[in-house]
Design a protein around this ligand. Sequence first.
Ligand code: GRF
Length: 191
Amino acid sequence: MNTIAIFASGSGSNAEAIVSYFSERPDVSVGCILTNKADAGVIDRAKRLGIPCYYFDNSTMREGEKPLALLRELGVELIVLAGYLCLITPVYIEAFPQRIINIHPALLPRFGGKGMYGVHVHRAVIAQGESLSGITIHLVDELYDHGRHLLQATCPVHAHDTPETLAERIHHLEHRFFAPTIDHYLQNELR
Ligand code: GRF
């Protein structure tokens, strides 16, 4: 059995898509969801989905001791960042080498790095006049949005797009590709 932990700071639509994708699988389960936001929408989603959800404040998350003790207790083998807005500190990278996956709502290496999240990314893509955007699913190292790419998927940017309309198109890509990419990584690189 592969046990996954999802870290999320926001609404949790990606977390829900991942939980749903693996819900019938005997070999993979989402063991917990961790959040650094006490009012994150993902908390209600976790309750509805029956997934244990734990809140730790930013300093506790960055320090790592309590969250990592919980992950060890649950036998977590892979951490998935699904809209997690806090830098992953080296203590996590040491504990989970090549076992932390992130999704970024743009085609890295462009439009990445500190502060580039949510609508800020889409606003920058539109301001740059890009005709293409998309998602990047990648392994996490100690730099923001920097690790090996596992998958990129693209979508058009239309002339009339707003950050919100582009965000919606990107969300569809995320919900379609994130869980299968995690699955492929588990089956082919963590076996
Ligand atoms: C997604 O757009 C993801 O690319 C980014 O944060 C957002 C999370 O959305 N890292 P949700 O909370 O999963 O709905």
